[in-house]
Design a protein around this ligand. Sequence first.
Ligand code: S3P
Length: 431
Amino acid sequence: MKFIVTPGSTLHGTLRVPGDKSISHRAIMLGAIAEGITEINGFLTGEDTLATLSAFRAMGVPIDGPTLGNVTIQGVGLHGLIAPTTPLYLGNSGTSMRLLAGLMAGQNFFVEMQGDVSLSRRPMRRVTEPLTTMGAQIETANKDTPPLKIYGKPRLKGINYSMPVASAQVKSCLLLAGLYATGTTCVSEPAPTRDHTERMLMGFGYPVNKEGPCICIQGGGKLQGMAIDVPADISSAAFFIVGAVIANNAEILLEHVGINPTRTGVIEILRLMGAHIDLLNQREIGREPVADILVRSSPLHGIEIPRELVPLAIDEFPILFIAAACATGTTIVSGAEELRVKESDRIQVMADGLQAVGIQAQTTPDGMIIQGGQIQGGNIDSGGDHRVAMSFTMAALRAKDNIIIEDCANVATSFPNFIELAKTVGIRIEI
Ligand code: S3P
């Protein structure tokens, strides 16, 4: 699938982007192992979260929906999952595979988890190593990559683990394994990462203790089903936030967006670059902070992005690189080597794309140096990465000529109605 985006438009209107991907995954996982009913609304009906949903159906969990974002789960309790009869196919979804690895490690059955070409290249040692220390038995392919074969062991043991990388996926994986472990499982993070798992576990009535960088959970408790309102995904909103900032005479309102402080690095970084972004009507829904986000066109200037903001904006670098290309002066990103092991190598793929449209972008092992300038037209290879495809769609707002983006089918993993919404607010895009 190719996107053809014509320059010269601007952004106007009010829109609600789809539900938060991280929260949608967790709502299915925790709802499945809770007791009683969990009702989800605002669920992201994207390929990644549907992969998680199908995995739990395959393990015997009755799930109705999604129907217009509503999902009803009849939880089977912590020990009610049954062995799937075939391998679980998790497509492009790293979150499904890494979080499920923790949950599967404590079951009393065997499961194999497979992914698409991109997921099959992604590192899994970061979860298999600490899980093995907890007593799990896991086999990977040669390079510590998927497929994962997990020989479930109902008696894991709690560990104290200091994560070498700031990863919410690793933290969540170990907390989920910790539900099945004897004693306490403590995970300490080198920098704050998204904390949806901790918040949601507490919402399900499961105690989680946080002291500084250390998050601890005790095995052997239970979760009670609940209602979950999934806010719109700030990572999807980010494309329109940057689109409105870089377009001429733009103004958009993004409704009901999750603004959990572990996710708002993109807003902080854009504000440091000079963007006008207002958070209106701030409220708390369930245990997650939410706001309506008003964005206007703003002149941007290059900055050195503070390293402590990197984990808080980890999925937003593709679109932040586009913002940097539209800023005056130089933007420097460092401390972001994790971008090399996302759905694509986002440092290389974005630098190649920026150079293809006439922007000077120099890669470094852990980031990029971008010189703001005039975006030309050109052909971009998204590398099959949804966020790269959507980022270059927004770049066309400031381009001189058409931008053609190749390999865009994976936009459906996180933002299935991206094209329709983009058209609604004024972007000229065709498939
Ligand atoms: C996610 C965590 C992040 C992020 C991913 C979703 C999650 O990965 O990139 O898209 O839902 O926990 P890491 O925690 O590995 O950085």
